[in-house]
Design a protein around this ligand. Structure first.
Ligand code: HSE
Length: 430
């Protein structure tokens, strides 16, 4: 065997990775050059879905990342620590790293890639975004000839599963979340998924690759799906939209040099390719010049799909290490940029909005709404009074493109109107 692997973690993704590597038949012949040499686990006695020689297993993870015999460390344990420290130690000991850990890369990518470039090793992360969907290598390689202006997608399967069920069943968020937890589609603590944090990590990584600049995660605007209601899904449907949790990275129009990086629920026209993405699937749309638009669609999580992405990185490493001297990093596999991209504040975003107002049902209310919008240069595309609920009227508006800051100021004025009881929802429109 040419390359010895130290695998950190033998959970869902680790076991899937071991399964592929131990069964290379009909797969790429280079997989035969990859040997699982050591596996770091929490318990030596736990029953495993993959059979590995007991002598491979150890609970001493530091011994793996410092072992001179190991060429590549695969980190699939998840969590911030000790994963970050182990990755840095592995790099410090001259090992290449393959990781599925979007949380670590999104937060500590700067120190990890700086250390990797200094050490002359690769850190590859195809599995960190989109599970089995190949999107990291395409952004680095085959799409790299384009001037990319937009990367947007559905990068969290849990929330897409919840929104799909809300859409199909007319059910509310809390009800579907509880059922998704019971069925194992959502975590007991669903925060990272439903509050958009997982998607924010992923779009920060995609934005860094697409726009070749580091992204400060704290500057990524992030809103989850807790406030999306069955009522909004139903109104959106009548207007020709579905509601999806979108992760968006977009280059702003010149003269701005900033990029937008944001996660939020949005109304997506039923004719848009992302509207068709159902259940736990992920999809990523890349738009650039001269390419136009491509969409990657597939399973965003799970043992097999994520392991497929991990092993694709191992395959790339095996190929490049076999054919190229180690002193020079391959420019299409390494991460050479070290500046930060300027991120536009959300108030500068120009987009359409959907908003729902609950108002008194009396003469002049619609006129007052119109005045508040007009005062802040918000132009309306449609305004519909849906009906009465508890003697109050429900009014839904969709705006034309407007600067978010202006729209928010109009909402403040509207909120102060005596005839407006509440503004239950405000959503952006793709
Ligand atoms: N929790 C993620 C999701 C899967 O629901 O898509 C791992 O990235």
């Amino acid at each position: 065997m040419a390359f010895k692997i130290g695998l950190l973690g033998l959970g869902t993704v680790g076991a899937g990775t071991a399964q592929i590597l131990r069964d290379p038949e009909q797969r790429h012949p280079l997989l035969r050059e990859l040997e699982i040499y050591r596996v770091g686990v929490r318990s030596l006695t736990k029953a495993r879905s993959v059979s590995l020689p007991q002598s491979c297993l150890t609970t001493d993870l530091a011994a793996i990342v410092t072992d001179p015999a190991i060429d590549i460390v695969v980190e699939v344990m998840g969590g911030l620590e000790p994963a970050r420290t182990l990755i840095l130690q592995a790099i410090g000991h001259g090992k290449h790293v393959v990781t599925a850990n979007k949380a670590v890369i999104a937060r500590y990518g700067d120190e990890i890639f700086t250390a990797a470039n200094q050490a002359g090793v690769y850190v590859l992360l195809e599995a960190a975004v989109g599970g089995g969907i190949p999107v990291i290598q395409p952004l680095k390689q085959s799409l790299g000839v384009n001037r990319i202006h937009t990367v947007l997608g559905i990068v969290n399967g849990t929330t897409n599963y919840i929104l799909t069920r809300m859409q199909n069943e007319g059910a509310d968020f809390a009800e579907v979340l509880a059922d998704a937890q019971r069925l194992g589609y959502a975590e007991a603590d669903p925060t990272a998924d439903v509050d958009g944090l997982d998607a924010a990590d992923k779009i920060a990584i995609l934005a860094a690759l697409a726009f070749r600049g580091r992204i400060k995660l704290s500057e990524v605007y992030c809103e989850g799906i807790r406030q999306v209601s069955a009522a909004d899904i139903s109104y959106a449907e009548k207007l020709g939209f579905v509601i999806k949790l979108l992760a968006v990275a977009k280059r702003q129009e010149p003269p701005s040099e900033a990029i937008e990086v944001r996660v939020h629920p949005a109304l997506v026209a039923k004719t848009h390719p992302l509207a068709m993405v159902q259940g736990v699937n992920n999809a990523i749309v890349v738009e650039g010049e001269p390419l136009g638009q491509v969409m990657f669609l597939g399973p965003g999580a799970g043992s097999g799909p994520t392991a497929s992405a991990v092993v694709s990185d191992l395959l790339n490493l095996a190929a490049v290490l076999q054919t190229q001297p180690a002193q020079v990093l391959h420019p299409l596999l390494s991460c050479p940029h070290n500046h930060y991209s300027p991120i536009a504040p959300i108030a500068d975003l120009v987009t359409r909005f959907y908003a729902r107002f609950v108002t008194q049902d009396c003469p002049g209310v619609i006129g007052k709404l119109g005045t508040c919008f007009g005062d802040h240069r918000v132009s309306l595309e449609s305004l519909v009074q849906i009906g009465l609920r508890d003697e109050l009227a429900e009014i839904v508006v969709v705006t034309h493109d407007v600067r978010e800051g202006n729209f928010r100021r109009a909402l403040e004025d509207i909120r102060a109107l005596e005839s407006v009881a509440s503004i239950p929802s405000v959503l952006r429109v793709l």
